[in-house]
Design a protein around this ligand. Sequence first.
Ligand code: C6P
Length: 394
Amino acid sequence: MRRVYLDNNATTMVDPKVKEAMEPFWGDKYGNSNSLHQFGAELRSVLRDALDRLYAGINAGDEDDLVVNSCASEGNNTVLQGIYREVICQSARDHIVTTSVEHPSMRSTCHFLESLGVKLTYLPVNNQGVVSLESVKEAVSDKTALVSAMWANNETGMIFPIREIAEIAHSRGALFHTDAAQAIGKIKVDAREVEADYLTFSGHKFHAPKGVGGLYIRSSAPKVRLIYGGEHMGGLRAGTLNAPFMIAMGVAMQLANEALPYEAGEVRRLKDKLEDALLAIPDAFVVGDRNLRVPNTILASARGVEGESLLWDLNKRGIAASTGSACASEDLAANPILSAIGSDEELAHTAIRLSLSRFTTEEEIDYAIETIPRAIKRLRDISTSYAAVQNEQE
Ligand code: C6P
């Protein structure tokens, strides 16, 4: 059976060039980079090179820290729990501002901090799925320790006004963090240009393996850490370095940045082709202005068709998509992003996310364009709720 992967916001395939680059480090180049002998030495220069690629990839300055860790969830935890220890416990600032559509690794950690007495503001989003700058201005005060807003949303693909949010945070003396997990590899990510104090990401979102990610810490920002121990990563994350994965992520970052013009051109063209075909289906819509979204993401909804049923149907025909964040895939509750956007309960149950990558082909998109409308029609033919929608419209 044909297999078409349209769930690249959940994870991406490892680029064959990335696989090739890390290959030798599973074999005879197995040293510990902290060892003084030749086995360690031969790793040190390659790891330095991998770090250089990562620094260049997000335009980190030489004085800034870039901690290689396991994933964006770890990075988000490190920032939030670190701010609690380094700022909130040590000053009169006891407040964090974030958005209502962050990834669960942010949301759950914020709930944990609330249980410790930290005050949290979760900013609502408008019908495009983005926070307004006015709401940020209103929420941030001299008591705010941290403002955190994702660079691009994982479900809608909407890009947030990160630079402006950072400016508001800084104007009140607060620090600024952005979760860039869904931005790297899709649009240019420049940590210094947006004046982020912290920036987090996961390699597997841009064709590196799963289980490796990064945390950028601006030189002027308090150091945050989760794992105490040895002096690895400048003392900011203890644990023997995972050389193959670090090397892989360095190469993946470079390739992702080199491919940005292709993302903005060809990936967007294929995505728009699919989006236009979906929008031609009666009672279907797509969340968010396409010009304000990353080039690869569509969150679509077809009235009367449960997102889960559509996924099953498409899966049988070889198309892999999701109803939203992969972390919430076992939760049959309404899509929280669509709920946050304020759509009604029925629409929040009908969302499906289609996300492309630079490996998606025109033939695959043509197959999706042929298959998805048919699946929607089939499911609507047996849907009592769609019959009700049609009756309402008559
Ligand atoms: N989002 C999705 O299907 P990890 O799992 O730690 O590598 O990445 C977590 C993460 C953090 N922030 C954002 C914005 C993300 O999108 C993700 C991962 C996947 O949307 C899996 S839940």
